[in-house]
Design a protein around this ligand. Structure first.
Ligand code: NAP
Length: 279
């Protein structure tokens, strides 16, 4: 295989970190970006463990900082594959999340991703080849109560990626969406407005949040190994032929997506409300 270079955002932990290592193990040159180089310890350790240090270059990038993106472009070799992975999850009920907070969520999960993609596109277009893998979520296809900022940002990403896919195709650039279910990474503990303490009992929605958190806690034990997602992303990077747009991954994800499209909304809604509120 001709040696390819992949650029990953948010490589300090979770899918980004594991994907960087997996790609290096498979022979890719990897540029693993993270917003704080102080968090590079685990990636460095894993690279040493797998003896792939020479294939992984760690660079600093906060995707919400356009100047940093443009500075970085001048510092790195041409990239064949861009993996837009950086993101965080913000919870909260629609009535209670401020517009500023929605903007904060979109700044990373949506606008940051757009800025990074726009920076890499011109070179890919000139090369007449490239691959852009956007890490979405089942939350990009399905709305859940209590997590509207995250859901909205991932739905926006899904729509934007559909447009980009059609626009980039004539230039030989493939755009893919990976849609994971629930995996064991730090995203659910580092998220904003997600922890139980983040909602005061005085909130009219606190009864709802309590039952959502109960369900989440029950589900936590079933969260899957994030290596499954990293391996899928690496498989997609290796694939020569143009692939599908969407790659759902995780227990129950395909079934949920099928059901959402197949059954009437009223039935779908009743299943949710019965599970969460016993109604
Ligand atoms: N885990 C799941 O169940 C799941 C399911 C569906 C989709 N996803 C998606 O998968 C992606 C990776 O998440 P993960 O589960 O691997 O969680 P994670 O371990 O928390 O990783 C997210 C990474 O994104 C980085 N990041 C956050 N804001 C950033 C910014 N402004 N610029 C650059 N990097 C930034 C974080 O860096 P810091 O450490 O500096 O904050 C962190 O390394 C996200 O897009 C997430 O939405 C996850």
């Amino acid at each position: 295989m001709e040696k390819q270079t992949a650029f990953i955002t948010g490589s300090a932990s979770g899918f980004g970190l594991l994907t960087a290592v997996e790609l290096a193990k498979r022979g890719f040159q990897v540029i693993a970006s993270m917003r704080s180089l102080e968090k590079a310890g685990e990636l460095n350790r894993l690279c040493r463990h797998h003896q792939v240090e020479d294939r992984v270059k760690i660079v600093r990038l906060d995707v919400t900082c356009p100047e940093a993106i443009h500075f970085l472009l001048g510092e790195i070799p041409p990239v064949d594959i861009l993996i837009n992975n950086a993101g965080f999850a913000m919870g909260g009920f629609c009535e209670e999340v401020s517009v500023e907070e929605y903007k904060e969520q979109f700044e990373t999960n949506f606008f940051g991703l757009i800025a990074v993609t726009q920076a890499f596109l011109p070179a890919m277009r000139k090369q007449k080849k490239g691959k852009i893998i956007n890490i979405s979520s089942i939350s990009g296809k399905v709305g859940f109560p209590g997590i509207s900022p995250y859901v909205a940002s991932k739905h926006a990403l899904e729509g934007w990626s559909e447009c980009l896919r059609l626009e980039a195709k004539p230039f030989g650039i493939d755009v893919l969406l990976v849609e994971p279910g629930s995996f064991k990474t730090s995203i659910w503990s580092t998220g904003k407005r997600i922890a139980r303490k983040s909602m005061p009992d005085s909130s009219p929605y606190s009864f709802y949040m309590k039952s959502i958190l109960r369900e989440l806690e029950k589900g936590e034990a079933k969260h899957e190994d994030p290596q499954i997602v990293a391996s899928l992303i690496a498989d997609l990077c290796m694939r020569k032929e143009a692939g599908r747009l969407r790659y759902p991954v995780g227990r129950g994800v395909k079934t949920a997506l099928f059901l959402k499209n197949a059954i009437p909304w009223k039935t779908w809604e009743n299943i949710f409300l019965k599970k969460l509120l016993g109604k």
